[in-house]
Structures are given as structure tokens and as C-alpha cells.
Design a protein around this ligand. Structure first.
Ligand SMILES: [Mn+2]
Length: 343
């Protein structure tokens, strides 16, 4: 690379190394931004901190570049992310999208994860994906900006954001939220030097780590802890001690006065049991179907397990939906996990 070139200037602005492949895809995404006007920014349904943070960060970044942006998700912003900058643009309904040029799909690389409600005409001319999941569908988007080594989608977005000069505090707070939540507050195995470096840069831009963790983790409605008591009461551990199951029955949340999912994070209590290798939470949905979440301590690749049941995710965190009785689901998963643990 020749000294003084545009590329060199850019890499010097960033504290993190970038592979050639990733740099090419960043170039392609930047060109897509230059060539288009109206962007639809959307992440997976039931958005977590990385999905909300990356949606808002990209929406703000595009607006700062003078672009027209529609910010959409099937679901509202969870209570503990409502403080994030740009949240007022979040929409859960879409009308006419015939004027959208580009749809950017964040924190997932499978259109099914946006939710079935997403209108087929809502894609615009071009679809781009920005993601870090191991599981992906290579056939539907025009451009994939994926980095499975990234701790969060927000980490990939940081690499894009530095190309537009100094990152604004509003964008920085959203990106920090992505990194903080997807690494479990910098505790999980995806917590890398790169993640710390980027977080450090975001703090340099003015992000207050204590304020962020207080808003996200210490702002719980009392009902959430009451629900946690009920859910922990269903704990069961396999005879060999390697699998732990939790169930969230529909009626458990029925008397709550809050109309949103308060169970996010419950599964982590179960993974922390000594000897447990995989934690499994089954959440009752409509009819006979259960949303199953997996958390692995490291050795077991739960994305491979989820894929066997039509889902996907990461090595340490994955999910799927299974239609069956809860007892039968536990039996099927136990067998599949035993096979995985022994392979
Ligand atoms: Mn993520």
C-alpha cells in the first residue's frame, strides 16, 4: 500500500486492523451509500442490544451523510434501550416502501429472522447485510458485509463509521451498547482485544460506561424479578449435570402489567451452574410451538445444534423454534446434545 494514499489515511484513523476481504466489502458498502438516497434499516425481530444499537447507529450515520432513512423493526425497542439516541425514529409499522432504494439487514443474515410480517415489496432495489453470525443465507442479499469474528454487529459498523471521520457521540453510544451487550459486559468468549480497543475509542468519543451499564442493566421493572423467580422454579438439570433446562410458560407472564418480553438474560443464570455445558430455555409461544434458546459455555457449538432444528446463531448462543410437547422437546434436545458432546 503506498504511503499517503486514501486507504492509508483511513487505516490510520482506525485503531483496529482490517483484513483485505473485509476492507473490500466495506468499500462496496460505502459505494452503495454514495450511490443511493433512501435506506430502510432493519434488524431481526425480538431485538437485543446489538440489534437495537446497530439499527440506531446506522440510521444516525446515514442521516449524518444526508441520506433519507426509514428505521423499522417488527417489535418495539425493549425498555432498557429506550434511552439510546435516535430511538424516536424507530417504527414498527411500514406503509408504502416503493421509494426505498436499499434495505440494510442488521445482526442477522436470514430474512426469516425479520419476522413473517415483513412485506415482500419492502426490499427496495438492493438488499445489504451487515452481520457477525456464523449462520447465514448466501442467496438473498446483493451485498454481505459479514465478519463472524466480530464480537458484535456494532463492531463491523464501527469499521464503517470511522470512514466518515470523527464518530458522533450519538453513534458512539449506540455502538458501545452493541459491544457491551453482545459480550455480556465484556465477559463472554467473544470479548477480544479488538472489542476492547473499539470500546476504548468510543469512551474517548465521550461514552460513559457507567451510565450505559446503569441504563441497560440496573433499570429493571420489579415484575422482571418476580417473573425470574417463577422461571427459575422450573429449573431442571440432566442426570450427568451437563444440560440445564428452563421453561417460560405463557401463563407466567399473563398477570404482568408489562406487555413486553422480560425474559431476556434469564438463561445466563442457568449457564453459570457449575458443570453445566449447555443451558436451554424454552419459551411457550402460540399453539404447540416453543422458542428454544441455547447458551454454551464454550466447548459445544450450539449453532450446529440449532441448525438441526431449523434455527441458527453463534457458537455460544443460538436458537430455534420447535413444535412439540415440552417433555418431548427436552428429550429430543438431550439426545441431540449427547450426540454433539460425544462427537
Ligand atoms: Mn449480535
Amino acid at each position: 500500500m503506498s504511503a499517503g494514499s486514501d486507504e492509508t489515511d483511513r487505516s490510520e484513523r482506525s485503531v483496529v486492523e482490517c483484513s483485505d476481504g473485509l476492507r473490500e466489502r466495506l468499500d462496496a458498502f460505502e459505494a452503495l451509500v454514495n450511490d443511493n438516497e433512501h435506506f430502510l434499516v432493519v434488524a431481526h425481530a425480538s431485538p437485543d442490544g446489538d440489534a437495537v444499537g446497530s439499527t440506531l447507529a446506522l440510521s444516525l450515520l446515514l442521516q449524518e451523510q444526508g441520506k433519507k432513512v426509514t428505521t423499522y423493526n417488527r417489535d418495539p425497542v425493549p425498555y432498557n434501550f429506550e434511552f439510546l439516541p435516535g430511538v424516536e425514529s424507530w417504527r414498527t409499522d411500514l406503509d408504502d416502501l416503493s421509494h426505498v432504494d436499499v434495505t440494510v439487514l442488521l445482526d442477522c443474515a436470514m430474512p426469516s429472522r425479520i419476522g413473517e410480517e415483513f412485506p415482500a415489496h419492502g426490499w427496495g432495489d438492493t438488499v445489504a447485510v451487515i452481520d457477525h453470525h456464523a449462520t447465514w443465507d448466501p442467496d438473498f442479499a446483493d451485498l454481505y458485509l459479514r465478519d463472524p469474528d466480530a464480537a458484535a454487529t456494532g463492531e463491523v459498523l464501527y469499521r464503517l463509521a470511522v470512514r466518515y471521520g470523527e464518530i458522533s457521540l450519538d453513534v458512539a453510544r449506540n455502538l458501545y451498547c452493541c459491544l457491551m451487550t453482545d459480550t455480556g459486559s465484556f465477559r463472554y468468549s467473544n470479548t477480544s482485544r479488538t472489542a476492547f480497543r473499539i470500546a476504548g475509542e468510543l469512551v474517548e468519543r465521550g461514552v460513559e460506561p457507567w451510565e450505559m451499564s446503569t441504563e441497560v442493566y440496573e433499570n429493571q421493572p420489579q415484575e422482571r424479578l418476580e417473573l425470574l423467580c417463577k422461571v427459575l422454579d422450573t429449573l431442571s438439570v440432566s442426570d450427568d449435570g451437563r444440560l440445564a433446562f428452563l421453561r417460560v410458560h405463557r401463563e407466567m407472564a399473563a398477570d404482568l402489567h408489562i406487555d413486553e418480553d422480560l425474559t431476556d438474560g434469564f438463561i445466563n443464570y442457568v449457564r453459570s451452574i457449575r458443570g453445566v455445558e449447555v443451558a436451554i430455555q424454552m419459551r411457550e409461544m402460540e399453539g404447540d410451538s416453543w422458542r428454544v434458546s441455547f447458551r454454551s459455555r464454550g466447548r459445544v457449538d450450539v449453532s450446529a445444534l440449532a441448525e438441526q432444528f431449523g434455527g441458527g446463531g453463534h457458537h455460544n448462543a443460538a436458537g430455534c423454534v420447535i413444535e412439540d410437547s415440552p417433555e418431548q422437546i427436552e428429550r429430543r434436545l438431550s439426545q441431540a446434545l449427547i450426540d454433539l458432546l460425544e462427537s
